[in-house]
Write a protein that binds this ligand. Sequence first.
Ligand code: CA
Length: 225
Amino acid sequence: MRILIIEDEVTLNKTLAEGLKEFGYQSDVVETLKDGEYYLDIRNYDLILMDWMLPDGNSIDIIGDIKRNTPKTAVVILSARDDNASEIEALNAGADDYIRKPFDFDVLIARIAARLRFGGSNIIEIDDLIINPEEEKIIYKEKEIELKGKPFEVLTHLARHRDQIVSKEQLLDAIWEEPELVTPNVIEVAINQIRQKMDKPLGITTIETVRRRGYRFCFPKEISN
Ligand code: CA
C-alpha cells in the first residue's frame, strides 16, 4: 500500500510518514501541489493524504483530476478549517474523507485503514484481461497467469497509462524503490518476462516497444483486415 502525503507543515509530514511506516504503509512526502501532481503522474497510490491549504494552491482543486485518472485511489483531506461548510465542500469536491486538525494520530491511522479496506482496489479490466494490483493477480479468460514481482508491476503501470508511451526512466522511477541503484536493463528483463510468461502462451501482445522512446500497452491490438 502506497500513500502520497501532500502537506507543507514539515514537522507534521515527517510525523505522518514515520507513523504510517510503523503501520506498514509506504509513503512519499511532498510539500506543494505542484510536486504532488508530479508524483501522481509517475507513481500509483492507494491513498492520498493532503492538506487543504498548500503554498501553491488548494488541494481540493485537484481531486477531480485524481478521480478521473485513478477513480479508486482514496483521497483524504486534512484541514485546519473546522467548520461544517468546509467539510461538506471537500466531500462534494470528491474527497473520501475529511479530517480536522489537530487530529489524534491513532484515529487518523484507523480512518486510513478503513478507507483502504473499502476503496482499495484499482482493478484494471480490459477485454478478457483482468489485472488485480492488490492481489498481484492476472486473469485472462478466467485463467490465472503466473506473473509476479517487478514484471507484474511493470505491466500494471503500463496498463494504467495505456494512452501513452512510458520511458524506461519513468518505469524505474515508478516501480523501483531506489531507481538510481539499478541499470535500465532491468526493465528489458521485466518486459521479456511479460512476453515469455504471458503473451507467448496466450498468443496475445500486451506491450509494444517504441524505438528510443519506451513502451506502450497495446492490448487488445487492433486487427486490420
Ligand atoms: Ca497548509
